[in-house]
Write a protein that binds this ligand. Structure first.
Ligand SMILES: NC(=O)c1ccc[n+]([C@@H]2O[C@H](COP(=O)([O-])OP(=O)(O)OC[C@H]3O[C@@H](n4cnc5c(N)ncnc54)[C@H](O)[C@@H]3O)[C@@H](O)[C@H]2O)c1
Ligand SMILES: N[C@H](CO)Cc1c[nH]c[nH+]1
Ligand SMILES: [Zn+2]
Length: 426
């Protein structure tokens, strides 16, 4: 991690540039996958699975016997941990139902809104570098609470052609039976367009690497909705002198270990704080099993010394991190000033890992600066809202002339007539 001291505002964007594959190559590759899967269906998925996942599969759907085997393979302590996480996620997400009351905008004119679950949804669960079974809870729990009709799940197979047991166990726990062993862009292509075995869905959810994220974005131009671009993980930690260097280092490494394209950023209040954290990072890196991945991610990362707190907050809001840890004395007060972040972790005892697994918040969050305009996944993501209105004859008498005037002014006389024929029928 390189250290930069009190950088000029003009250099912030360069400093915090996110690692990325060259967009043209990526888009070309992923376009090809979408087109081939659209044309050749399962046969194309099979070919890409052999090429990108190194495994030859005859069929993709996980069988009952495989679900039963997974149930046996997951040990009791892990099952209990998954249940605890599930309860907290359910508890937080089930309170996200919001019903707008019926509103009488003027006498005789009533408007209301009804929440309806999205009928067919596709969940992508990453599995390339680590099988992220926690993502099954993050997507499956709100999909179930919303009442989505058909839930399809895709996740990459391992080299023996199997799906990780904890992913299958968790899917069964949240009542997802349609699981397909398909990863990467080919999984998104299959769920977006449908194949002989994978049903087409209306909206695709889930995090993933750059291939998955690019495929979601391209698929969204062809009519399927997506949750958001949720790509390689990021964390930004704001640390002051009260921060424990070992805690901050562990938090930085927790996201660095996700992938070589993760980005971790430290914003420290002094060179001394930055140096202590850097030292702790190096000390902890040694003992990490995934140190090679984390070390590469650290090369894409930066420690920024910002003595001025307001400038630090401006930098954070400009960068819009997926995860923001406020390891500072006055975390709640600083939290109030945050306008762009996916999820915020306050104080010295709130590691980002709790949100990844079990505090109750969702870990499917916007990356790459999209937290400026997108929220993370929530119950809302699985719901669409239909608006209704109902007018009495008196209501139309009151409102109609304004509508007629506006329609005529837009030179849309059929619109005006739709009001006039009713008023004249009185
Ligand atoms: N933003 C979020 O909310 C969030 C949450 C969890 C995880 N993540 C991120 O998800 C990512 C998971 O990535 P992953 O790679 O472990 O799993 P993944 O499941 O996203 O991707 C694996 C798939 O990528 C495809 N692939 C691999 N190399 C390829 C190549 N050269 N060309 C074409 N396709 C290729 C393969 O088909 C493979 O199945 C990580 O970057 C992690 O940081 C983000
Ligand atoms: N940090 C990831 C979101 O960017 C989510 C995750 C899953 N498992 C562990 N972490
Ligand atoms: Zn994580």
């Amino acid at each position: 991690m390189k250290t930069v001291i009190n950088p000029e505002q003009a250099t912030w964007a360069d400093l915090l540039k996110r690692p990325a594959m060259e967009a043209a190559n990526l888009d070309q590759l992923v376009q090809g996958v979408l087109a081939e899967v659209g044309k050749r269906g399962d046969a194309a998925v099979r070919a890409y699975t052999a090429r990108f996942d190194g495994v030859a599969l005859d069929s993709f759907q996980v069988t009952e016997a495989e679900f039963a085997e997974a149930e046996r393979l997951v040990d009791e302590p892990l099952k209990e941990a998954i249940q605890l996480a599930r309860q907290n996620i359910e508890s937080f997400h089930s309170r996200q139902w919001e019903q707008l009351e019926e509103v009488e905008t003027m006498p005789g004119v009533r408007c209301w809104r009804k929440s309806v679950p999205i009928d067919k949804v596709g969940l992508y669960i990453p599995g390339g570098t680590a099988p992220l079974f926690s993502s099954v809870l993050m997507l499956g729990v709100p999909a179930r609470i919303a009442g989505c009709g058909e839930i399809v799940l895709c996740t990459p197979p391992d080299k023996s052609g199997k799906v990780n047991a904890a992913i299958l166990y968790t899917a069964a726990q949240v009542g997802i039976g349609k699981v397909f062993k398909i990863g990467g862009a080919q999984a998104i292509a299959a769920m977006a367009q449908g194949t002989e075995t994978v049903p087409a869905v209306y909206k695709i959810f889930g995090p993933g690497n750059q291939y998955v994220t690019a495929a979601k974005q391209l698929a969204s131009r062809r009519g399927v909705a997506i949750d958001m671009p949720a790509g390689p993980s990021e964390v930004l930690v704001l640390a002051d002198a009260t921060a424990q260097p070992a805690f901050v280092a562990a938090d930085l490494l927790s996201q660095a270990e996700h992938g070589i394209d993760s980005q971790v950023v430290l914003v420290a209040d002094s060179l001394e704080t930055a140096a202590k954290v850097q030292e702790a990072v190096m000390a902890q890196l040694e003992s990490l099993p995934r140190r090679a991945i984390a070390a590469k991610a650290l090369a894409n990362s930066v420690a920024v010394v910002m003595e001025d707190r307001s400038a630090a907050i401006r930098l954070i809001n400009g960068y819009a991190p997926e995860h923001l840890i406020l390891a500072v004395d006055d975390a709640r007060a600083v939290g109030e000033e945050i306008t762009n972040a996916g999820s915020v972790f306050l104080g010295h005892y709130t590691p980002e890992s709790v949100g990844d697994y079990a505090s109750g918040t969702n870990h499917t969050l916007p990356t790459d600066g999209y937290a400026r305009s997108y929220s993370g996944v929530s119950l809302d993501s699985f719901i669409k809202k239909i608006t209704f209105q109902e007018l009495t004859p008196q209501g139309l008498q009151q409102l109609g002339p304004a509508v007629q005037r506006m329609a005529e002014a837009e030179q849309l006389s059929a619109h005006a007539r739709a009001v006039a024929v009713r008023l004249n029928a009185e």
